[in-house]
Structures are given as structure tokens and as C-alpha cells.
Design a protein around this ligand. Structure first.
Ligand SMILES: O=CC(=O)O
Length: 355
């Protein structure tokens, strides 16, 4: 795409929390406009009034869903015809109907932040595996109530050593988790849409979905949410799991049927669970809140201050310490910058790889 003397317009929906300087620098290249909407109807109104006419790229955050709702057909219908790029500041982009974006003429290209989140999210994943295996939540809650370990004391927990960890979704976070889990003596198997190369799987055994369910001591959900993966773990899948299995989810709440999880926990089929994500954040199923065997973290997978070795090279210069969230924001801005300068995105979502 070429631009003449008029700067292209870029729309921000949500907040830039940390990368103000990179956002300011983008201002040299583009006219930056913002939405002031506080809910979807207001945002639609802004679009209809032409406030965003001529916008070519849109930066959005996960939290901005509270302001606009999902980027679905309805919203795509009112967003300006000039829009060519949506840069999403997050790894999971289930809030965007990529299929509808691709179907627009010309298509809207979508990017996400694929690697910056891997280390921090895999760390939370490991924390939840350990906490759920050891059933730490029960004792930790009792302690805060002045009851030491509680009475009766919680049942003895389980060691990770020698347990089979089944990773469902062997992307960046899954592969990062594998390394961490192996350091704790776990044996890793995985299931993915496609079997990975030997280099990528690094010794983890590829198994069918059913085999993963039936042979894992710990099932870890690390797959993106989309129409094929919504409720991929539900009643029937819990029934195939080992008795006393541990289930951990740092992906998206809706890949698992929360009501079915609550039932499986109540029946003892699932020994304990560790969750960072929920079906209707920030609402939590009351059956999870009341179950002492569940470790609950309020979606803090990327909530860290240190940079990881996985993050964008630009963010790792020298010994700079940069928050995971800052790295994600800078990555998202780089996507927009590249779109404006060379007409392509740095990290297009896989569904649009051939677009
Ligand atoms: O949940 C966090 C992300 O998708 O980046």
C-alpha cells in the first residue's frame, strides 16, 4: 500500500498501558485516533457517525471487548471500508471473527502476538500444575482463616515426578511448558492438529486425542479457542480421563465446558484443577469458587515484569528488563508499523497465512 502526503489513520481501541513511547513514535507515521466509547452501542454509533472514516489499521486489546464487544460480522459491517488491518494485542484472538475479516473485500488482515507470552504463560501453567497436584489451595485457604492446614488436614498431594502430562495444543506455550514440566520429572505426551517435526516436539510423544485423555495424569489445555475447539473438553471427554486426573487451563475458558468440569470435580473424577481463564471472565462459576480443590488465578498469565528470551528481538536489546505486557504492546505496534510501511503484517494469524 502506498500513501501520499496524507498520513494514514490508525485507531486505538482500549489502552496502551506501557508502550507510550512506541505509540508516540507511530504518530510520526500515522494520524492516531481513539474511540471514547464505553460500550458497544456507543462504539457502533461512533462508527456510523464517520468518526473513524479513512482508518486503515486498528490496534485493539483483549480488554477492549468490554467497550466494543466481539469483532464480529455486525461490527465489521460498521467499521470503515478503509480498514485493512487489525493488530490484536494478545496471543489468543478468539474475540475476532477472522473468517469474516478474510471474507471482506478487500480482506482485513489480522495479527496477534504469538511468542511474547510463551514463557510467562507456561510459568503460570506450571504453577497451576504443581498447586493442583499438591492440592495447595485447601491448606492455603485454611491458613488465611487462622486454621493452619485446616481440620481435617487436606489429603496428601501428588508429586509431579513420573506423572504423564498430556499437552493439548503444542504451540509456543505448550512447547515451553514441556521443557519446564520435564525439569520436574514429568513425561510429556501431546496432541495437536498436526504432528510436529522431531525438532519441534523435542522427544514428546504424539498421541491421538483419545489416548491423551485416557493416559494423562495431568491434562493441560494450551490450544487456541475457535469454533472447532469450543468445549473440546466436556462431559464425554472427562469420562474418558483417568480417575483422579488433574486438569489445568491457561488457554481460554471456553475450550472447556466449565459446568462439566464442576461436575467432574464434585464426583471426584477430577482430583483438582488449576485455572487462569474462565468461560465468562470476570465471572467465575460458583461451583469453582466453592471447590477448595481448585487453584484459581484471575487471568494473569502474562502479568510479569521481566522480559523472556522468547520475546521480540527489539524488546531484548542489551540487558533491558521489559514487562511481558510492554513487549506485547510493542509487538502489536510493530505489526501496524510494518503494515503501513510495507503492506504486510509481522505476525499474521495462521488462518490468513495464505491470504
Ligand atoms: O491471554 C492472553 C493472551 O491471549 O495474550
Amino acid at each position: 500500500m502506498t500513501y501520499t502526503n496524507v498520513k494514514p489513520k490508525v485507531l486505538l481501541i482500549g489502552c496502551i498501558e506501557h508502550a507510550q513511547s512506541a505509540w508516540g513514535a507511530l504518530g510520526q507515521l500515522a494520524e492516531l485516533v481513539e474511540s471514547t466509547a464505553t460500550h458497544r452501542a456507543e462504539f457502533i454509533q461512533e462508527c456510523k457517525e464517520g468518526k473513524f472514516d479513512d482508518v486503515v489499521a486498528l490496534y485493539r486489546t483483549i480488554a477492549s471487548v468490554a467497550l466494543t464487544g466481539l469483532i464480529d460480522e455486525e461490527l465489521l459491517g460498521v467499521l470503515p471500508k478503509s480498514l485493512r488491518y487489525i493488530a490484536h494485542c494478545g496471543a489468543g484472538y478468539d474475540q475476532i471473527d477472522v473468517h469474516a475479516c478474510s471474507a471482506r473485500s478487500p480482506p482485513i488482515r489480522v495479527s496477534n502476538v504469538p511468542t511474547a507470552v510463551d514463557d510467562a504463560t507456561a510459568d503460570v501453567n506450571m504453577f497451576l500444575i504443581l498447586g493442583a497436584l499438591r492440592n495447595f489451595n485447601t491448606g492455603m485457604n485454611a491458613l488465611r482463616q487462622g486454621k493452619w492446614r485446616g481440620r481435617p488436614a487436606p489429603p496428601l498431594g501428588h508429586d509431579p515426578e513420573g506423572k504423564v502430562l498430556g499437552i493439548l495444543g503444542m504451540g509456543g506455550i505448550g512447547r515451553n511448558l514441556k521443557k519446564k514440566a520435564e525439569a520436574f520429572g514429568m513425561k510429556v505426551i501431546y496432541h495437536n492438529r498436526r504432528e510436529l517435526s522431531d525438532v519441534m516436539s523435542a522427544g514428546a510423544q504424539y498421541v491421538s486425542f483419545d489416548e491423551l485423555l485416557s493416559t494423562s495424569d495431568v491434562v493441560s489445555l494450551n490450544l487456541p479457542l475457535n469454533k472447532n475447539t469450543r468445549h473440546i473438553i466436556s462431559k464425554a471427554e472427562f469420562a474418558k480421563m483417568k480417575d483422579g486426573v488433574v486438569v489445568v487451563n491457561t488457554a481460554r475458558g471456553a475450550v472447556m465446558d466449565e459446568a462439566a468440569l464442576v461436575e467432574a470435580l464434585d464426583s471426584g473424577k477430577v482430583f483438582s484443577a488449576g485455572l487462569d481463564v474462565y468461560e465468562e471472565e470476570p465471572k467465575i462459576h460458583p461451583g469453582l469458587l466453592s471447590n477448595q480443590n481448585v487453584m484459581l488465578v484471575p487471568h494473569m498469565g502474562t502479568w510479569t515484569i521481566e522480559v523472556s528470551s522468547q520475546q521480540s528481538s527489539k524488546c531484548c536489546i542489551g540487558s533491558l528488563r521489559i514487562q511481558t505486557i510492554l513487549a506485547m504492546e510493542e509487538w502489536t505496534i510493530e505489526n501496524i508499523q510494518m503494515a503501513l510501511e510495507v503492506g504486510s503484517l509481522k505476525s499474521p494469524v495462521p488462518e490468513q497465512a495464505d491470504l
